[in-house]
Design a protein around this ligand. Structure first.
Ligand SMILES: [Zn+2]
Length: 339
């Protein structure tokens, strides 16, 4: 009996979060459902040159395109259309939020990794799920200790963006370099820009990068739509690369880098009285001219220091002491350590 031909439908229809813990053999592969929405695909032999991949989606429940993409991959793996040569862990993140068409139920799941879930009530769905996801990634990557490790955490964004597809590269542990191969793969996937983060972040990609030494990224692949409303051809380049990587198929990679945007400064709302000049519909990667005032309170006024500074994730309505946006500047590949 096919289990994974429309796994998403099962996730959305079922009332509980218990899984049947299915395990099935498909040709040379073993497909194991470790818990609801966490499925491991094990090829009979993972060679020394294999890479262990994690593809996660639905960490925000309403970001449906990646969920559909991964769901289709599962169906094609089960039917044998998509051959798998590299170990793969598939994660559907916030299942209850997916059912309700919401970003999250109580709290943002993508702020709960690297043990940050301990700060929440563990009886709540989201911290419980964060812990479960971390543990499943640990078991998976520990099993493949000697292989290269890669994690793509797939999202879509609410806000418009000058680059409809872009990646967030988590801040790297000291001594680690940016990966040339990965940057070019991101470009092959159709991503126009990469945001190079500057410090700890409680996101899933940061967790895999720092705790497991994986090449890990948050991929923002376009706009949030309801299930069924995604224009799938818009995702074709990304989808093809994701499939080719796990199947071990050779494909042509871009020799260009995406635009590299390094975080220069965090804007912080220091107090209740806050004059935030960037409107809600301002696109990510919008550039500003030198001298433009972006935000102001009695503690600090931020004026753009050089032409071309860009904004990411602006939001003036955050609580006091929280981040209201990131100021970025473009760097050239020779400005950063790429290996
Ligand atoms: Zn998201």
């Amino acid at each position: 009996m096919a289990i994974f031909n429309n796994y998403l439908k099962q996730l959305l229809m079922s009332k509980s979060n218990d899984s049947n813990l299915s395990e099935m053999r498909v040709g040379d592969l073993l497909m194991t459902e470790h818990s609801l929405g966490i499925i491991e695909v094990t090829p009979r032999q993972a060679g020394e040159n294999s890479t262990a991949y994690v593809y996660s989606c639905g960490i925000h429940g309403n970001e449906t395109a990646p969920i559909e993409i991964v769901n289709d991959m599962l169906a094609d793996i089960e039917s044998g259309v998509l051959k798998i040569k590299n170990p793969l862990l598939i994660i559907f993140g916030n299942i209850q939020a997916m059912r309700e068409g919401k970003r999250f139920i109580e709290n943002n799941l993508n702020r709960m990794f690297s043990r940050e879930h301990k700060k929440y009530d563990i009886e709540d769905d989201e911290p419980k799920r964060a812990k479960e996801i971390e543990e499943s990634i640990s078991v998976f990557f520990n099993k493949y200790k000697n292989l290269n490790k890669v994690h793509y955490d797939l999202h879509t964004a609410i806000r418009p963006s000058k680059y409809p597809k872009f990646a967030v590269y988590p801040s790297l542990k000291e001594g680690r370099c940016y990966s040339k191969n990965q940057l070019k793969l991101l470009s092959t996937m159709g991503l126009g820009a990469v945001l190079l983060m500057h410090k700890f972040s409680p996101t899933l990609s940061y967790y895999s990068s720092t705790t497991h030494g994986a090449e890990a990224f948050t991929l923002e692949l376009g706009k949030v739509e309801k299930f069924g409303d995604n224009i799938r051809p818009n995702f074709k380049d990304t989808e093809e690369v994701l499939r080719s990587l796990v199947s071990g198929e050779k494909f042509e990679t871009s020799n260009k880098y995406p635009k590299l945007c390094q975080v220069k400064k965090e804007l912080i709302r220091h107090e209740q009285e806050y004059d935030f000049k960037i409107s809600d519909d301002t696109a990510n990667f919008t550039e500003f001219k030198k001298g433009t005032v972006l935000a102001s309170d009695s503690v600090e006024t931020y004026k753009v220091e050089e032409d071309g500074e860009m904004i990411a994730f602006p939001n003036g309505n955050v609580k006091v002491k929280q981040r209201s946006g990131l100021i970025m500047r473009v760097v050239s590949p020779s400005d950063i350590q790429i290996v």
